[in-house]
Write a protein that binds this ligand. Structure first.
Ligand code: TA6
Length: 302
């Protein structure tokens, strides 16, 4: 499916963009810049890791992550599109849509002043028509440096509008989840998605902490949030555009064990803070127009 030699000939940039097969088994691009390094799997255009210079990795990839065609690796930044979570009408369809499970094409790479950039594209085809009967072009632009920037662009290339829910489903690496707080969501309503809680609507009191399974869709969340990690003595700043919701998720012990690909105690070293269009934060894309979901991550020592 991917010819690494051809990719390096066409899109490789010495010391900045190199294609190969990673330890996890996926064909990926290693993206380098003086201020940071990342790896992007071509299946799903999935950022697998990002490490700013002088920092511990910021994007978490499960130590048990192993590539298999058609399934995203556990961790990184899975692209959930054209729906977030279970399909609204048919639970037999893949959770979080199909974009993360399909091979994307590299369209460009570039050296910028403050980052190294790679752009990838997905054209949903006949195989998706039975359950997503629309014409669209999906592209993801990734910029790697001291900041990690992701820009997911959906263009409606058909003649009928469609409505999206979507997410950049980011797994952040933390020192110990017991010493982590998320600021910037206080006072917002959230939907509690933990099974058995009935999708009850709650209000966030103060900073978010995790001492059990957390699966929340925060609504009316226009701005940025920060993740304070006492274990790694750092603060991760998350900003976004094109979204009014965030998802905060940690599977905790029991669900991690059921997944089987979280690694032992993996749940202690990760927290998903996802930039989303989820729940009632949907996006309708008219023919000939485009919608952008963008997010950026930066880190500062405490
Ligand atoms: O974003 C949180 C969530 O929807 C959880 O409910 C859980 O399902 C998680 O995504 C991971 O989903 P996945 O299909 O990647 O195992």
């Amino acid at each position: 499916m991917y010819a690494v030699e051809t990719l390096n000939a066409q899109f490789g940039i010495a010391d900045h963009v190199t294609f190969g097969v990673g330890a996890h088994g996926a064909v990926s691009a290693v993206i380098q810049h003086a201020d940071g390094e990342a790896e992007v799997a071509l299946q799903g255009a999935q950022v697998l890791r990002w490490t700013p210079r002088g920092q511990a990795p910021v994007i978490w990839l499960s130590p048990a992550a192993r590539f298999s065609a058609g399934k995203s690796l556990r961790g990184g930044v899975p692209v959930c599109w054209p729906w977030f979570g279970a399909h609204p009408e048919d639970a037999s369809k893949p959770a979080h849509g199909f974009a993360r499970n399909l091979p994307w094409q590299v369209v460009a790479t570039a050296r910028l002043a403050d980052a190294t950039q790679i752009s990838l594209r997905l054209l949903p085809g006949a195989a998706q028509m039975p359950f997503w009967p629309y014409a669209a072009e999906l592209s993801l632009q990734i910029e790697v440096g001291a900041t990690l920037r992701l820009r997911l662009l959906t263009r409606n290339t058909g003649v009928q509008p469609f409505t999206l829910t979507q997410a950049l489903h980011t797994y952040l690496q933390v020192g110990d989840i017991a010493q982590v707080t998320v600021e910037g969501l206080a006072g917002l309503d959230y939907i509690d998605r933990v099974p058995g809680r009935g999708d009850v609507r709650c209000q966030q009191q103060g900073a978010v902490t995790v001492a059990g399974e957390v699966d929340r869709i925060y609504l009316g969340a226009p701005g940025s949030v920060s993740v304070t990690d006492l274990g790694l003595q750092r603060r991760i700043q998350v900003s976004k555009q094109g979204s009014q919701s965030y998802v905060v998720w940690n599977p905790w012990i029991e669900k991690s064990a059921k997944f089987g690909d979280m690694g032992s105690e993996g749940y202690r070293q990760m927290l998903c803070v996802e930039t989303t269009n989820a729940w009632d934060d949907t996006v309708t894309v008219q023919p000939g127009t485009e919608a952008v979901l963008a997010t950026a991550y930066s880190v500062a020592a405490l």
